[in-house]
Design a protein around this ligand. Sequence first.
Ligand code: TXA
Ligand code: MG
Length: 360
Amino acid sequence: METKWIKMLEDKPDMVAVKEAGHIIKKGGLVAFPTETVYGLGGDGLNQEASQKIYAAKGRPSDNPLIIHIADRGDLKRLVKEMPAKAEQLADAFWPGPLTMIFQKSDEVPWETTGGLSTVAVRFPNHPVALAFIKESGGFVAAPSANTSGRPSPTLGSHVYEDLQGKIEMLLDSGEVGIGIESTIIDMTVEPPMILRPGFITEEMLSEVIGSIAVDKTTQKQMAGMAPKAPGMKYRHYAPKGELTIVSGSGQEVKDRINMLLKAAKEKGLRTGVIGTEENMEFYHADIKMNAGKKADELTAARRLYGILREFDEKQVDVIYSEAFPGTGVGQAVMNRLLKAAGHKVIQAGQRGEKDDSNR
Ligand code: TXA
Ligand code: MG
């Protein structure tokens, strides 16, 4: 299959292409499309064969449920058994936007789409191309992130093309996404509602609207004998091919420790990389240096992270050291993804050896 790659402006969807894309979805095919978080790999969410095709194209285990994307809040009632009052409040506050909510699924949602679960994840994205495409597709687009399973989520059309060319009919490309990490996921079927994946919409923002919120602890720490509640979070994601380690601690100590580690790696003949904040970049002695933005700018770190991880693969870097990012606001989501990418390998600068945070 030849993948048709169509470029357009984010705020001016090319309606000829979008209509063609919608037609493909209605016939059971697959189309990748931009959202405000990351690119999605879309298929008809109410068509079980389309969901099976999505798993196959991504190389994803089929017990890992998909998010159904809608473009009209009224369409939610076809997908869910009931709409809790708190979900209405969150939808008022954050939809359309980077928030996914989990509900008891209606009979109309195929088991293939939910990976066999009796719950369904729903998101109403805020992106002109996504919304136009979902409408033309019949209103219910199941979509995981449009990467090959295990690779970083795509923040550019070219990332999608790299991973999925020849496996999908079409790619709608409107350039770089705005946020760069996946939506916040909150489970509305439990009380208090529980965050299963941190994202741009933070715990503080959610609890301002509905009060008490629980957080799945596995999102911040590896917990022995405890599986994450979002099935997809258990996989080692986003891992670059090179070995990634996070170095945390205070300013100068981190810089010194990273440089020591880089030096040791170079002496072994390894190709080295570093992920650092803009203020520290010039200080590092690595083969490839990637700038995640200014220290206090978590939004830029979020937008750049996945592109940076992909670039290390392209440049065939063997070992990578990264500064830690502040675990507040969106920084929490950035740290969650970075920890997963590093397989939870953290070195505490100023101490000897590796910190084991796996709770054994
Ligand atoms: O920002 C996003 O959410 C992007 C864009 C494309 O919308 N999508 C995305 O989808 O990140 P995906 O499939 O890569 O991640 C969805 C996560 C997985 O970890 C999955 O296990 C979890 O959501 N999930 C989906 N349905 C669930 C359910 N019913 N219960 C618990 N977790 C669920
Ligand atoms: Mg994903």
